[in-house]
Design a protein around this ligand. Structure first.
Ligand SMILES: [Cu+2]
Length: 308
């Protein structure tokens, strides 16, 4: 499936009705990043991590009328006969590490054929249970179908590993899947409270501002604007077929959502205003991770969105 066809997925034309919840405005506390898509520096809390919620393994597959339900909330290891399988239930803290996994098809054997989506055959996210740690990487597949995701150093605690893919053949051909498993990283785990909801975040001298009114399960426009020193930024470079890559994770259960741009990229540069399609399935706080590229450098930042 091409990236652009994802922008026009059916069922996305739900009209807003009723009250909407406004985004609260405040600066994100964790707006800094560095030159990679991982944010290990965001772990700096003091409280003890609670055990992962048992609800984290539940699935909301089959809820009608929700565009993000095309892939579900990503909290299940299996869907429609496909299964994310891995021996790596534990990974060490404090060092770069590879997470190995297969996607097993309905016949039980590893899938080896995947379609390109946003220029990659596999998108992989590692997210800590308190939504501090975030890594977005593109694993490499061996001929056997075993994928290896190279991760930067993990902090102790519970992490959820998400694989996002589209089978190139078989019963799931052309369908978008997001499946996940949890991993325990042993050690003295601390929990950072989620920063207050915010409308903007800073990264590498850029200010990223998000405007939109979000309501659970409803499709709403969300506009991302990028500025630098108060001036609009217009030299955003394409990154994964988009001028900004937005993923969101729900506080408490780490439910996954990918926000889709409503415009494609062209040969030129993008910015400062980027329209997105936001459809977050459940109410509460979501941690929104924003990634964009300038001068060949990837910038990653995050802010908290409140969904009413
Ligand atoms: Cu990706």
């Amino acid at each position: 499936m091409s990236a652009f066809s994802r922008f026009t997925r059916p069922g996305r034309s739900i009209t807003a009705a009723g009250a909407v919840a406004a985004l609260a405005l405040a600066l994100a506390a964790c707006g800094t990043s560095h030159d990679s898509s991982s944010m290990p520096g965001m772990d700096h809390g003091t409280k003890t991590t609670a055990p992962a919620s048992p609800k984290a393994t539940s699935s909301t597959d089959g809820m009608p009328g929700m565009g993000t339900m095309a892939t579900g909330n990503g909290l299940s290891a299996g869907k429609d006969g496909y299964r994310l399988a891995s021996q790596d239930a534990h990974l060490p803290a404090g060092e770069p590490v590879a997470y190995r996994f297969t996607v097993n098809g309905p016949d039980g054997s590893p899938v080896t054929g995947f379609s390109l989506d946003q220029t990659k055959r596999m998108h992989f996210y590692a997210v800590r249970s308190d939504l501090t740690g975030f890594q977005h990487v593109h694993p490499v597949m061996a001929d056997s179908g075993t994928w290896s995701a190279d991760l930067a150093s993990l902090t102790p605690g519970s992490w959820r590993m998400f694989a996002s893919f589209t089978p190139a053949d078989g019963p799931g051909k052309g369908k978008d899947f997001v499946l996940s498993r949890t991993v325990t990283v042993p050690g003295n785990a601390t929990k950072t409270p989620l920063p207050a909801p915010a409308a903007s975040a800073e990264v590498d001298g850029y200010t990223v501002t998000v405007k939109g009114e979000l309501m659970a399960g409803m499709a709403h426009p969300l506009t991302v604007s990028v500025s630098r020193g108060g001036a609009p930024v217009t030299n955003l470079e394409p990154y994964l077929d988009s001028y900004a890559h937005l993923t969101a994770f729900h506080e408490g259960d780490s439910a996954f959502a990918h926000l889709h741009p409503t415009t494609g990229v062209d040969a030129g540069h993008g910015g400062p205003r980027l329209p997105f399609h936001a459809e977050l399935p459940t109410a509460g706080n979501w941690r929104l991770f924003l990634q964009f590229q300038t001068g060949g450098k990837l910038h990653t930042t995050a802010l908290t969105l409140h969904v009413g």
